[in-house]
Ligand binder design. Sequence first.
Ligand SMILES: Nc1ncnc2c1ncn2[C@@H]1O[C@H](COP(=O)(O)OP(=O)(O)OP(=O)(O)O)[C@@H](O)[C@H]1O
Ligand SMILES: C[C@H](N)[C@H](N)CCCCCC(=O)O
Ligand SMILES: [Mg+2]
Length: 214
Amino acid sequence: MASKVFVTATDTDAGKTWVTASVIRSLLKEGRSSAKALKAIACGLDKAGKNEDIETLLSAQNLDDADQISLFRYALPAAPSQAAAAEGQAVDTDKLVKWCEAQSDDVETCLIEGVGGLMVPITDSWLLSDWIEAMPDAEVWLVVGCKLGAINQTLLTLEKLKQMGRSPTRIFFNATKPEQNDWVAPTRKAVEPFLNQGCTIDCLKYGETTGLTA
Ligand SMILES: Nc1ncnc2c1ncn2[C@@H]1O[C@H](COP(=O)(O)OP(=O)(O)OP(=O)(O)O)[C@@H](O)[C@H]1O
Ligand SMILES: C[C@H](N)[C@H](N)CCCCCC(=O)O
Ligand SMILES: [Mg+2]
């Protein structure tokens, strides 16, 4: 398994945190303690100042301090450019990339969960795709939230990743709700002919986790 993996998706709520938590649990259970999962930018805090993704990933790693896995946190559940602006701030993208690289240097395997999908603005002039480009040695994994419309979202995402020279090494066809289970196979069937050679395919129905570690 690559030392650095960037987990992106077709959209927000596709299952990035679900997949990332599932994989980090497997890695740590195997005794590979030098693995870490990050949610570097989190948007959406509850009244106690907690973010759901961060809590899920902390719990999967038996950690308790948000600062261990997260750098920028904003209250508004929106794109980072907007969530930061609502607090009179902007994401410092240099700091973000340097922090992710430094975190990755400390461990054998580092999973980095993105935010929403590939074209989400991190700032008004820097997209999530720019974040991936700034981390050229990270593998890209793509999580597909299977539903009507996901085929188009997936092919657009694959096209952009191909243009970037960063086609995914692994794709997850995921159901985030029981009623999405029936969309997993048809979405996979339509997308598979367009996948780059060597891309590993995983299908996760609602409630299923992945034991994958490599
Ligand atoms: N295979 C699955 N089985 C059961 N629940 C799932 C599955 N995948 C995702 N979910 C649930 O669906 C919701 C959305 O998934 P998740 O939070 O992982 O999406 P995300 O891509 O990380 O979204 P965001 O863009 O907000 O980070 C969560 O409540 C999660 O627990
Ligand atoms: C708040 C949410 N859960 C994510 N963290 C942010 C998703 C931003 C999506 C923006 C968009 O694509 O319109
Ligand atoms: Mg998430």
